[in-house]
Design a binder for this molecule. Sequence first.
Ligand code: ADP
Ligand code: MG
Length: 388
Amino acid sequence: MTADATAPFLPGATLGMVGGGQLGRMFALEARRMGYQVVVLDPGEDTPAAQFCDRHVRAPFEDLDACLELARLSDVVTLEWENADVATLREMERIVPVRPGPAVLEVAQHRVKEKDAARRLGVLTAEYRAVGTRQELDEALREIGAPAILKTARMGYDGKGQAVIRGAGDVDEAWNAVSAMGSEFILEAMVSFRMEVSVICARSATGETACFPVAENEHRGGILHLTRCPARVSDEIAAEAMRVATALAEGLGVVGLLAVEMFVDADGRILVNEIAPRPHNSGHHTIEACGVSQFEQQLRAVCGLPLGSPALLRPAAMVNLMGEDAGTGLGRAGVADALRVPETSLHLYGKGAARPGRKMGHLTSLAGDVDEAAARVLRGWEAATRHG
Ligand SMILES: Nc1ncnc2c1ncn2[C@@H]1O[C@H](COP(=O)(O)OP(=O)(O)O)[C@@H](O)[C@H]1O
Ligand SMILES: [Mg+2]
């Protein structure tokens, strides 16, 4: 470790990445382009990130020895997977800077802590209650009212570990479904939102911050389907979304990226839904559309380098290619048709098996305005996912 804590990690340094999925892959691609070495920790064989890294420590995230090995091999450690064990990260921190650090992860791993932190920082959220037992669920539902959503406090992603409660008749079923998946829960009021948006805020080791422009997100079955950037909101709402993301990144002391998912409600208010201290699916368009990609920005932030320009150079839209839609995308004639759509780029993550709900890749289209970008990317998506 360098003696001067403010000295940047320059090209030639080794970056440790906790998690070997597509986010780690796109990070590794940028890191290697910029002359860094990358070591990935992931239990999988031939994971998306391992295909592009210099070294793969293949072990479960719970394996303390493997985590310490990653720390020893690295000059700085970052992550694409926010559920790493906090106590283990604290051990790693004794060897190497871990960015973002364990204190941020502790909050981001827990939906109740996340919302408590947002409120403490003066940021709005849906009404919520921490729930541990069936009796507490009944009480919380009486206070919040239906419709509401019961979620596991930890480990939920892509809509997993959630059940909607529309009335008292749904409580048994919701409790049975969700209580099997954890021991701590949150009941949230259902927000009748006008739109879902997200902002990715970078905060460098030097304290410099920069937000990517607000993205507008459409989900299908709890999984992100389509992102448009810029979001179709007023300048005031966009400025407020960026202010909220910056307040959270600064308030939590993030070094790296903080992706903030938010609802815009009927009154144009911004309510924070959840945060992720890492690159985000709703920021993939930044690769083609912005002055710097979210992955390069993560690298710059954790290495203590000047942040790049997050400015949107051209309106963009991104659509996910899911296992059920496009399979691996390999050898499909439809992919060639998708690439016939102007200003459209294909990303495949190198995952072997296509399963329903698995993110296999994405398409990004650019255009003169965001509606045309969305029309283009959906044309590409229809072509790429056409069967037969
Ligand atoms: N309180 C809520 N009100 C309305 N919709 C919600 C609420 N919570 C979640 N959702 C919907 O479910 C999606 C997934 O929930 P989220 O909390 O983001 O969990 P995940 O970790 O699975 O992404 C959200 O993007 C949103 O569409
Ligand atoms: Mg979410």
